[in-house]
Write a protein that binds this ligand. Structure first.
Ligand code: DX5
Ligand code: ZN
Length: 226
């Protein structure tokens, strides 16, 4: 994984066909996805359940780009090694998920993955102040985590702008997660985000047997940021 600030589209397989993850990952990559975003939910930190490390391990061989694993689970620490072993390139934990985010980030890098930290919409950007030298990515949630297809929360654009200034020259990605569409993508890209997660806006209208709409949807989001 080399670092750059160009806009990268990361489709979230939360909006994929759950009976077809492998083929869905191949389809979105063939249609222009830069990263694949994998949403892990535990029914405790967020009010929804998806899947765990075994599913990540199973889909790993179907991903050629970057496997970007977003952990919406608490506790996080007992599972980091398993997600790293499953082949995650990036493991992102929530600052709200426990009292020891610093230790969690140490553990993620210690397990050999890039470390990400996610902030819920209500969490101040200052919460990453003392963590910036130990992360590779900061994920600004632009919806409350748990479900795809929610409305973009506009107050978060200012948070992205502040975060971009705090990061300065550090090689840290700013990722946006939730409600990304061709309408909202330019707002966050202009504010300094480079990784745009999009679930419903990428998968709408397409399927494994008809993947062309995935490509059109990815292109439309990317074009809106230029
Ligand atoms: C929300 C997830 C997101 C979600 C985005 O908890 O972290 O990745 O899938 O979905 P859309 O793009 O539909 O808002
Ligand atoms: Zn996510």
């Amino acid at each position: 994984m080399t670092f750059d600030r160009s806009v990268k589209i990361a489709p979230s397989i939360l909006s994929a066909d759950f009976a077809n993850f492998g083929l869905e990952c191949e389809a979105i990559e063939a249609q222009g996805a830069d990263w694949v975003h994998v949403d892990v939910m535990d029914g405790h930190f967020v009010p929804n359940i998806t899947f765990g490390p075994d599913t990540c391990k199973a889909i790993r061989p179907h991903i050629k780009t970057v496997m970007d694993v977003h952990l919406m689970i608490a506790p996080v620490d007992p599972y980091i090694e398993a997600f790293a072993q499953a082949g995650a390139d990036v493991i992102t934990a929530h600052v709200e998920a426990g009292p020891h985010i610093h230790r969690t980030l140490q553990a993620i890098r210690g397990a050999g993955a890039k470390a990400g930290i996610a902030l819920n919409p209500g969490t101040p950007v200052e919460s990453v102040d003392y963590l910036l030298d130990m992360v590779d990515l900061v994920c600004v949630m632009t919806v409350n985590p748990g479900f795809g297809g929610q409305k973009f929360i506009h107050s978060q654009v200012e948070k992205v702008r502040k975060l971009r200034a705090m990061i300065g020259d550090r090689p840290i990605h700013i990722e946006i997660d939730g409600g990304v569409t061709p309408e909202t993508a330019p707002l966050v890209a202009e504010a300094g985000a480079d990784v745009l997660v999009a679930g419903s806006a990428v998968f709408k209208g397409g399927s494994v047997s008809n993947p062309a709409p995935y490509g059109e949807n990815i292109k439309a989001i990317r074009a809106a940021t230029r």
